[in-house]
Design a protein around this ligand. Sequence first.
Ligand SMILES: Cc1cc2nc3c(=O)[nH]c(=O)nc-3n(C[C@H](O)[C@H](O)[C@H](O)COP(=O)(O)OP(=O)(O)OC[C@H]3O[C@@H](n4cnc5c(N)ncnc54)[C@H](O)[C@@H]3O)c2cc1C
Ligand SMILES: NC(=O)Cc1c[nH]c2ccccc12
Length: 470
Amino acid sequence: MMNRRNFLAAAAAAAFAPAPFLRAVEAKRRVVIVGGGLAGLSCAYELRKLGFEAIVLEGQGRPGGRVQTLREGLDPGLSAETGATRIPDTHLMTLAYVREFGLPLEPFKGDDLADVVHLRGQNYVAGHGPEPDWPLQLTPEERRLGRAGMAKRYLAGPLEQLKGSGSSPIVPRPLLELDHYTLRQFLEKQGLSTDAIELVLVGADTSLSAALLLLVELNEQVTSGYFHIRGGNDQLPGALAKQLEMGGAIRYGCRVTSIGQDDSSAWALMEHAGGQEAVRGDYVVSALPFSVARNLFAEARLSAEKQRVIREQKYFPVDKIFLQMQKQFWKPKGQSGFANTDLISERFWSLGPESSEERGLLLSYVIGGNAVKLDAMDLQSRVQQTIADAEAVFPGAREHFEAARAKSWSEDPWQRGGLSRFDPGELSFIPVNARREGRIFFAGEHTSRWNGWMQGAIESAHRVVNEINA
Ligand SMILES: Cc1cc2nc3c(=O)[nH]c(=O)nc-3n(C[C@H](O)[C@H](O)[C@H](O)COP(=O)(O)OP(=O)(O)OC[C@H]3O[C@@H](n4cnc5c(N)ncnc54)[C@H](O)[C@@H]3O)c2cc1C
Ligand SMILES: NC(=O)Cc1c[nH]c2ccccc12
């Protein structure tokens, strides 16, 4: 077996060996892809379509990374999406794969039911009927506009000019200019009062980059509906992986410990049940989140700028807690099961079959500071906290609760975080994150302006395929 030192010596020797012409032609065709999330899988799938030899090395025993559906311990038919949950109707690259593999879509959320805003101990019905009498110090103008009206004027307004760029993979320049402000500063600059900012952004972390959140908001503005894959979103990476498995193009249980390159090749060193192994190709694609890749590039001859972004890229801690409810008791009250709150469970969503009499999931989706608070609790306390919050927002939750599942993305050793995070001044990292360095290419949601979306992972893979095939 080849240990790391032998491998590096062999790699160095190979670099000086004269390469026969045939090998040089063939050499162009072998690509080693590290990471079997959506980025790595779609990269391999598209490269193989073009006639490249591609192999995916995945550390875990399953494909999909942050697209993961839990079913065990829950009512059959319920899908607990720990990661990617909804597909915006504007995410054409994601939808193209859904179509290519014949996967069934269902609406993610009907729009006839009302959402709840839970603020300072009270529940308010949002977006349906008259504007609630908010328990806040709002100016007469802010009261007149209401929550939706303020969001429209102060968030959607500035985005109106960007709408045309909603489908472009480039971060729009006017957004990069806003990268110097936090979202709070951006709204303050427009004259919104402190309480109005609280109302517009209930639950969201206002210290984030305005540009990042406007990018998310831009997505919302150009989207008119969301889908879910009936039976579970993990069928999407599952379908890609099945194609690769048939061609022997994916290996599971392979933890990559180093990625390197020399003048004539690139390689990944990995550990698996059989020991250590080096896999060499003409190119390597890193489709790993930077959070788990920080120590892998010592032999990779990366530029100082690339090393800096790999070192400094931040990730949001994200938690999801799923509560199985004996029936969807919120629906007969005209409620959607969706809420924004000022509690630790800052956001509730629901997933389940149409009939309110059937079991459904109430899930709490927590990003940032509140996820840190949840992560500090033991598992049982996280569930108890979520049940208590659910009861406050949807009275009856405690009585209907049957079973729980939980996921912390920071605690997952294969991820060490949920979504790439860009603070003020950092959105300009994206093109640097994406830039190739010699024979090493970079894919993953953190290299795309659709960061935090499946579409970001897929778009980044398509970009890399074009770069390799150029
Ligand atoms: C909580 C949450 C909610 C989300 N909601 C949505 C949503 O509603 N809609 C949407 O479109 N998107 C959503 N996303 C985003 C979407 O899931 C991601 O953008 C996308 O799945 C990322 O894919 P990726 O290939 O870039 O990375 P990953 O999926 O992280 O893939 C990386 C892979 O590398 C593997 N790996 C790690 N270390 C090693 C190693 N040393 N050696 C080998 N393999 C390794 C991992 O096991 C993993 O499989 C959400 C994400 C999260 C976390
Ligand atoms: N995919 C999501 O559900 C949310 C999301 C996408 N990009 C983000 C950036 C910051 C916070 C959340 C998000």
